[in-house]
Design a protein. Structure first.
Length: 94
């Protein structure tokens, strides 16, 4: 493992396309900015671990359960979609 010391405002380059920037250091927390191409996934470690766990569970599921999960996902999507404003003048009146 490469270990580097950086100050606030300094950066780290990974290859030609990824830059890490130390944005802020406050107490025992460090805010890090990540500039990476859209085709590269960037996640906090605990989120990445959760994604891997969920993917492993999904790989073990039966075809019937995937239909149930798809139905649940569609229901959640319909609940989270915002109603579309059909007006053209922005004041809520057509």
């Amino acid at each position: 493992m490469l270990i580097l010391t950086r100050k606030s405002g300094e950066g780290i380059r990974i290859g030609d396309s990824i830059t890490l920037k130390i944005l802020e250091i406050r107490g025992n927390q460090v805010r890090v900015g990540v500039d990476a191409p859209r085709n590269i996934s960037v996640h906090r470690e605990e989120i990445y671990d959760l994604i891997r766990e969920q993917n492993a569970l999904a790989a073990l599921s039966s075809p019937d359960s995937s239909e149930v999960l798809t139905s649940i996902w569609r229901d959640q999507q319909s609940l989270t979609q915002r109603p579309r404003n059909l007006s053209h003048n922005g004041n809520g009146k057509a």
